[in-house]
Design a protein around this ligand. Structure first.
Ligand code: GLC
Length: 736
């Protein structure tokens, strides 16, 4: 439809029609018995039959035939037969589930994540979906926060590269393209900074920190063309994001130039009443509208109040026109006025879901996401040895992570299922050993199946057979870790330990066999002090998705050399959280070797995390040469080439992630001790070497200066290039 026709349509719509375009309801309201809904949950919410029929969008329903029928039924009821938008959380896969986003961050391969998003978009669009609420690009530093699993980590530069790649993977260059869906960047903004890592908690950030660290990845996704943005639950400067005019009008739409659709998070507008910053629902509606929030997700705040507020002169109808037009424009960009079904196609849905190509991609992404944290030489496994797999993730299908409800765990490949195809059955045993969590761990309010409770006898029998297997083996592989319900939304943990029941098993296995390799399943950095001290090797596999087990076996046996690097620091213990590599120096830095008292440090633990950002081992070794600069100074229009030579000094082919960090040696506003400004994955055969060159320009040196402007300052800068954020392999240049 032409823009002029859209504007004509808008002009012809009643106020109620326009307001209802700004309403999003759950698919459950449309797929069940309408009367029970209208007398039940809809009625409780103040949603009437007219709202149900005229709602502009639906979340959480999918299925080609289902969505085509739903579109037919409700377009027929629409006075102007406006097609509905169908949205869903396709975060890291639809039916084929790719590794959790935090795992994808560990690949340091944004393009690969773009491919995963593209595959997810094919499956989602064939299922009749138009929009996905992904990627989540919240910067995270606190392992207590359960939603770190949905992010790509602690670094603004890395998160920005993933943000743009995933948006392009979902959207392509034209939303009408078959197999593409609109991408919704979330949660705007700063949600990952929740105080004490407690979900939905207050966010207290200086504007400087907010702009320097938390905003860049949202901007990168918007610059990549994200069609939608979702508000966050938290406050910024004491104002909830969904009613925060400064955040939404000045920053999002003004500075960042976002002109797409802004949707609230689930009930987030109404929740400003609970924040006690809105007097009542009507006040919340007024404030959110004035902040420019276009769609109210799953409440009647807009639908039940905006018409009256216009009629009473409380709000200008043109604000509603603006919102409604943006929603119509998104429908138009998706081609829904010409083809309301877009790509819904039951045959394609069947053909794409879990197809070999998508499974192969899921396995590749999983393999590249694994981080070898420790290896005293016991990996890759010698498959001629007797090996016991002992642990609750030995044959566990629940490896999809949170936000993967569209997928089915039974489609996941477990470690045992994959190992049985590779390991000699006469020399390999498998035992669960214990459940993922003990009977003492309560996961309250979860709609998913709550974990089975075991009797003392059952637990004793599981343990006994596991210890017997461990005793008879040359080496024990222990697939263990968090329960998948212990990470994701509303799963903050004050203790970031591997569940105690598993640590008890770990200790008992060690008592009968010191050769233990831990394969760790988790959605957040955990306190790994004991495992790190006692295991011979640790392979971090996060929640690897549909092909997780086959990827783990390929890496354990050396068919695939691990190349993942940490996108988020693993704290020494929870008392160190939040922790990140790009901290400020402070006036009393506690430098290595210092023995003084009055330094910025703890009495009882080191400042350094147990495993730092950017860290990851390989089955081979790499040498990185000194940094060579092609010149030692440049002006604002110049660029400096910083080069190293990377050599595979081991006897296995492998891939190294070469990372470029820059330190501003002096600035009017304190700057991080170093910042990631580039990375490159380099595949090398044994003995092979390759030059890696990074080009540094003045743009890489910009920051929010004392006067609040974004720019650089003349001075010296230290360039560091290595394979982890701890590198001090450096050279210095001057910006004139
Ligand atoms: C949830 C989440 C958000 C998700 C939305 C819709 O509360 O915060 O990430 O997209 O609701 O399911």
């Amino acid at each position: 439809m032409k823009q002029t026709d859209l504007e004509k349509l808008l002009a012809d719509m009643s106020l109620k029609e326009k307001v209802d375009q700004m309403l999003q309801l759950s698919g459950a309201f449309y797929l069940g018995d309408e009367n029970s809904v209208l007398t039940g949950p809809a009625n409780d919410m103040g949603i009437g039959k007219e709202d149900l029929e005229m709602a502009g969008s639906i979340l959480g329903a999918a299925g080609a035939d289902t969505m085509k029928k739903l579109q037919d039924d409700y377009m027929a009821k629409q006075p102007h037969h406006i097609p509905m938008l169908f949205m869903m959380d396709v975060i890291h896969g639809m039916k084929t589930i790719f590794p959790a986003p935090l795992a994808q961050g560990a690949t340091f391969d944004p393009e690969l994540s773009g491919e995963c998003a593209s595959a997810a978009a094919k499956e989602a669009s064939a299922a009749g979906l138009h929009v996905t609420f992904s990627p989540m690009v919240d910067l995270v530093r606190d392992a207590r926060w359960g939603r770190v699993v949905e992010s790509t980590g602690e670094d603004p530069y890395l998160n920005s590269r993933f943000s743009e790649a995933i948006v392009k993977g979902f959207q392509g260059d034209d939303l009408k393209t078959p197999g593409k869906v609109a991408s919704c960047i979330k949660h705007f903004a700063g949600y990952g900074g929740a105080v004490a890592g407690r979900d939905y908690n207050t966010v207290e950030l200086s504007e400087h920190t907010f702009r320097e660290f938390y905003l860049p990845a949202y901007k990168a996704g918007i610059d990549a063309g994200a069609a939608m943005v979702m508000t966050s639950f938290n406050t910024i400067n004491g104002v909830p994001a969904s009613t925060n005019k400064w955040l939404m009008r000045d920053i999002l739409r003004g500075e960042m130039g976002f002109d797409g659709v802004l949707i609230s998070d689930f009930a987030a507008i109404l929740e400003t009443v609970a924040h006690r910053s809105s007097k009542d629902a009507a006040d919340a509606a007024k404030k959110a509208l004035e902040a420019g929030v276009d769609i109210d997700m799953m409440t009647s705040v807009y639908a039940a109040n905006l018409c009256r507020l216009v009629e009473e002169g409380e709000v200008d109808e043109h604000l509603i026109d603006e919102c409604c037009l943006r929603i119509l424009e998104l429908k138009n960009k998706l081609g829904l006025f010409e083809n309301p079904y877009k790509d819904a196609d039951a045959e394609k849905e069947k053909a794409y879901n879990l197809c070999p190509e998508h499974r192969a991609l899921a396995k590749k992404a999983a393999e590249e996401s694994f981080v070898l944290l420790k290896n005293d030489g016991v990996l890759p496994l010698d498959t001629a040895k007797k090996i016991a797999f002992v642990g609750p993730y030995t044959n566990n299908h629940e490896i999809k992570s949170s936000w993967s409800f569209t997928g089915d765990s039974k489609d996941c490949v477990t470690i045992q299922e994959a190992a049985e195809k590779v390991f000699d059955a006469s020399r390999t045993t498998y035992a669960e050993g214990c459940p993922v969590i003990g009977n003492d761990v309560e996961l309250i309010g979860f709609t998913e199946t709550t974990p089975k409770k075991y009797s003392e006898e059952e637990l004793a029998a599981m343990e006994q057979s596991a210890l017997q297997a461990a005793k008879e083996a040359d080496l024990v592989v222990m697939p263990m870790g968090e329960h998948y319900l212990q990470s994701g939304e509303a799963t903050s943990r004050a203790m970031i330990d591997v569940p105690e029941i598993q640590m008890e098993l770990f200790r008992k296995v060690l008592a009968v066999n010191p050769n233990v390799v831990v394969v760790l399943f988790n959605g957040r950095p955990l306190d790994l002090r004991e495992i790190s001290a006692k295991a011979k090797a640790i392979l971090e596999v996060w929640f690897p998705g549909t092909e997780g087990g086959s990827a783990v076996v390929d890496v354990l046996t050396g068919k695939k050399n691990p190349s993942g690097h940490l996108p988020m620091s693993f704290p020494y213990c929870v008392g160190q959280a939040p922790v990140s590599y790009n901290e400020y120096s402070t006036g009393r830095p506690n430098l290595p070797g210092m023995k003084e008292r009055f330094r910025s440090k703890y009495l009882d633990i080191p400042n350094a995390p147990l495993y730092p950002f950017g860290y990851g081992l390989s089955y081979t070794t790499f040498a990185v040469s000194d940094v060579v600069l092609d010149q030692n100074e440049m002006d604002k229009n110049g660029r400096i080439a910083a080069k190293v030579t990377v050599k595979n000094t081991g006897d296995a082919a492998g891939c190294e992630v070469v990372q470029l960090y820059i330190r501003d040696d002096y600035s009017d506003v304190v700057r991080p001790v170093k910042e990631l400004k580039g990375f490159r994955k380099v595949e090398l055969a044994p003995g092979e070497e390759q030059e890696v060159t990074f080009y540094i320009t003045e743009e890489d040196l910009r920051y929010y200066r004392l006067d609040g402007t974004f720019g650089s300052e003349p001075g010296t800068f230290t360039v560091m290039i290595g394979n982890s954020s701890t590198t001090e392999n450096s050279a210095v240049f001057t910006l004139k």
